[in-house]
Ligand binder design. Structure first.
Ligand SMILES: NC(=O)c1ccc[n+]([C@@H]2O[C@H](COP(=O)([O-])OP(=O)(O)OC[C@H]3O[C@@H](n4cnc5c(N)ncnc54)[C@H](OP(=O)(O)O)[C@@H]3O)[C@@H](O)[C@H]2O)c1
Length: 320
């Protein structure tokens, strides 16, 4: 089968499209023919290993799993003998950031992992980008215990995480203020944001509103800059470690001190989360934003674009 492999950590050019052996599902696994995958910040982070910590999961000196791709949408082609919850021919989507594998024509998943059937009438292209940004956003929104009537600010609201966070915070009943570039103001209104601040026209920290939760979905701000925006017991979460890893330190100290605090939840995902996101897609409460489309042969260009840090939502890769 065709697969994109990388035998060493490095820039997008380490990705190579090769012929490799088709995987064989174990007794508890399904074999998926991948139709659509994505290129996202998780794939890029594990490929570049710029954050050394990722190597503790993906291999200290070289990648343990050579094919990246954490999001997938495709069709079950084979089932292991112990599999009971999936049938050959079913359309499925999901997420795997432990052994990845979706940048290929075929991949395997254990049936109890983050894989579910595709909502009826949803295309592979719309199903593949449901999980990556949304599960990070969901973890952070759950950690902040966002509930109906709360005032939430989302900075970097047009990334994969931010655009999901706007829709999820609305689903949980919050009043959402989204911060973005001029070109994305209309997009954020269409995603349900109640207030949109164009950071090219206004300093987002100079609003007269205060918030129960400020979520920096692109990791470009700091607790210090956002503290005046928080209510008395307001919560700040960033997707990045911050200057000198300050967000980790602040997440340890500020909850003990009381008042305004920083949280740094570790992201997790399981089958129930994917079922939850599927439900939101089916009920029209969540729709992943798609920016560009590439083919598997254009994977290096796709990675380069994602690494500009300027994509709007998600970048989709067509495999078949
Ligand atoms: N290491 C990992 O494994 C990993 C995995 C996932 C995510 N992350 C981190 O999580 C963050 C978000 O990921 P993502 O995929 O959601 O991001 P993304 O899709 O790459 O975000 C791009 C968006 O960020 C906005 N942006 C860029 N610079 C900005 C700035 N200075 N101020 C405000 N907005 C800015 C842009 O919107 P505008 O055009 O509106 O400015 C763009 O639409 C990133 O920092 C990423 O590194 C890390």
């Amino acid at each position: 089968m065709k697969a994109v492999i990388h035998t060493k950590y490095g820039p997008p050019e380490v990705l190579q499209l090769k012929e490799v052996e088709k995987p064989t599902p174990k007794d508890n696994e399904v074999l998926i023919k991948v139709y659509t995958t994505t290129m996202n910040r998780t794939d890029c982070g594990f490929r570049s290993a710029v954050y050394f910590i990722s190597r503790f999961f993906s291999g200290l000196l070289k990648p343990k799993y050579q094919t990246l791709g954490c999001e997938f949408a495709g069709v079950i082609e084979e089932v292991g003998k112990d599999v009971t919850s999936f049938k050959i021919g079913e359309k499925v989507f999901g997420y795997n950031d432990t052994k990845f594998g979706a940048h290929a024509e075929y991949m395997t998943m254990a049936e109890n992992e983050a894989i579910v059937t595709i909502p009826s009438d949803l295309s592979f292209e719309d199903a593949a980008p449901i999980t990556e940004g949304a599960h990070y956003a969901l973890c952070d929104i759950r950690a902040a215990k966002v509930k109906s009537g709360q005032n939430v600010m989302i900075y970097g609201a047009t990334g994969a995480i931010g655009s999901a966070a706007v829709q999820l915070a609305k689903y949980f009943g919050a009043k959402v203020t989204a911060v973005c570039n001029t070109k994305n103001v209309e997009l954020l209104k269409s995603l349900g944001a109640d207030v949109v601040i164009d950071y090219q026209k206004q300093d987002f920290t100079k609003t007269d509103q205060t918030f129960d939760f400020v979520f920096d979905a692109v990791g470009k701000s700091s607790f210090g800059a956002c503290k005046p925006l928080l209510n008395k017991n307001g919560i700040y979460i960033s997707t990045e470690l911050g200057k000198n890893g300050e967000n980790i330190f602040l997440a340890l100290i500020t909850p003990i001190l009381g008042g305004k605090k920083v949280l740094f939840p570790l992201p997790t995902i399981n089958k129930e989360d994917v079922v939850f996101l599927k439900g939101l897609v089916e009920s029209g409460k969540f729709k992943p934003v798609i920016d560009r489309r590439y083919t598997l042969a254009q994977i290096v260009e796709a990675a380069k674009y994602v690494e500009t840090g300027q994509k709007t939502g998600n970048v989709v890769i067509t495999v078949a």
